[in-house]
Design a protein around this ligand. Structure first.
Ligand code: SF4
Length: 98
């Protein structure tokens, strides 16, 4: 995988540096720069792919142009499910009035 970063599109959301900090650095204003040549070894591809997919302005481009294959073996962080809000039991507590 080889990536390129179009800095003219970057809006400084910082998702890339969060997911793949060894490939993206942020300047003082939060805009990203590519670290290195853009070559991504297979071991790092899940994190870089996550950065590519999460960039809201599509500033990260896979220049190899191959199909994007989302690895199914990539670990998914544990997230506790949102608690289902009760309605009857906690209406008084939350101050709802029907
Ligand atoms: S995720 Fe995209 S917009 Fe955000 S800093 Fe990285 S390249 Fe820029």
């Amino acid at each position: 995988m080889k990536i390129r970063l179009d800095r003219t599109m970057c809006d400084g959301f910082g998702m890339c540096a969060k997911h793949a900090p060894s490939y993206f650095s942020l300047d003082d204003w939060g805009y990203a720069s590519l670290v290195g040549t853009g070559e991504v070894p297979e071991a790092d591809q899940p994190a870089v792919l996550r950065a590519l997919l999460d960039c809201p302005v599509h500033a990260i481009i896979d220049v190899a142009g191959g199909p994007i294959v989302v690895p199914t073996s990539a670990p998914i962080p544990d997230e506790a499910p949102e608690p289902h809000p009760e309605t009857d039991a906690n209406e008084a507590e939350w101050g709802f009035v029907r």
